[in-house]
Design a protein around this ligand. Sequence first.
Ligand SMILES: [Zn+2]
Length: 250
Amino acid sequence: MQRWPSLPDPGLTSERLLKKIGPSVIPTDVHAVTRVWDNLSILEENIDGPGYLLPLGKLGAEIIVREADPIERQRFTIAHEVGHWILGITCEQKTGEFRQPTGPRSEVIEKWCDTFAASFLIPRNSLLEYFSGVCDSAFPRHLLNASKRFKVSEEAMFLRAYEVLGTRIAYVHCDALRPRIARSFVPRDLTAEMETVLAAPSAQELFRSEGLSLRMRLGSTTFVCCWSRLSDSSKNILILNPCVTPPASS
Ligand SMILES: [Zn+2]
């Protein structure tokens, strides 16, 4: 689990902000942050990068977001920049100067803002509620619909599903003799663990039949393995959902 020395907890920070915005609404209303801070505004512009935070001194700041980006991307960018804004005003309260914290490396700050954005757009409790009572065979379809429900990219959704539920998800190529992982949405060391599932003889039946789920033990955890072929693309998805209590996380 990622630690954030000298930075606030991104999950708790997003929960506090969601409370300030008002009753929980999914998808999260990212523009509502401008009601929390009237000196913060959001503008769409024709820029090269996805977006940035423009501090305006005593006037507050503007979040500039690329107008050509899909709405899901824009929402993540806005939430990420709100993370920078919160870190900036936290510094300002301590030192009198609006700036990003100087202690942690810039990659850590960027990761913090991404983690904050994911928990702001996909709040932990809302995600748990979304999946509560979903049976094994309905899990893949429910997971694939989740990005639309939360209005985030599939990538953001899959990474967050790992953080909150411990669900391991990977795109799998099936053009070779044996299926292989094309892209996984888990920490690197867990990709190897997913490869072992692809190699297991019991998994072969899973790959032949859509909708079948299989229980499989990996280390000390039992997973429900599901396999889904996406109808709108050539992608196959492997999902390993732990049968145990999800890990405590942001
Ligand atoms: Zn950033």
